[in-house]
Design a protein around this ligand. Sequence first.
Ligand code: AMP
Length: 179
Amino acid sequence: MNSSSKRKNDDDSGSSTGPKKSFRGHWSQGLLQSMSDPALLVEKDEKIVIIKDKYPKAKYHFLVLPQECIPDLKSLNSSHLKLLKYMHKKGENLAAQYPSSEFRFGYHAIPSMSQIHLHVISQDFNSPCLKTKKHWNSFTTSYFIDSDMLIQQLKEEGNVKSLSEANGKQLLSEPLKCP
Ligand code: AMP
């Protein structure tokens, strides 16, 4: 078994016990299922779906996903720029509904879940689901790539540079810092 098949959902919602699931039922595909879960749905149109994060790490935590299948950041190319800007705009519009909260919009450098997803997250980090150093660091270190920066990089370089597993692990295990 490799490390990714052993790994549980970062929220420990996946189960490593019980009968083996098919890849389609693997926890890393969970967002694809949640995109059509009415309990999580916030908004959708022909290009995107916005859902509530099932394990929110702040008072307000949403995910903006494209309808088009884009499994990961390395699948992005300059033809996706318009879509990424649209996702960002939709995220900003949603955040504007909560004027008393400050938000950030961005991507995890090494996402755990398949299908790209823009995190729209309020900066209070007030949530019982924020339990671990890894959770904290994933939103407060450079592991969190601001959407603006990702779009800029894609525009300039035609792709998104991926972080090595080792660098990712290092960022997630850094001592806790007040952002
Ligand atoms: P990441 O892949 O690291 O960018 O983060 C995945 C995000 O998806 C986390 O914030 C999780 O809380 C969230 N999440 C995990 N499983 C689900 C699910 N089935 N439905 C909705 N959100 C989920």
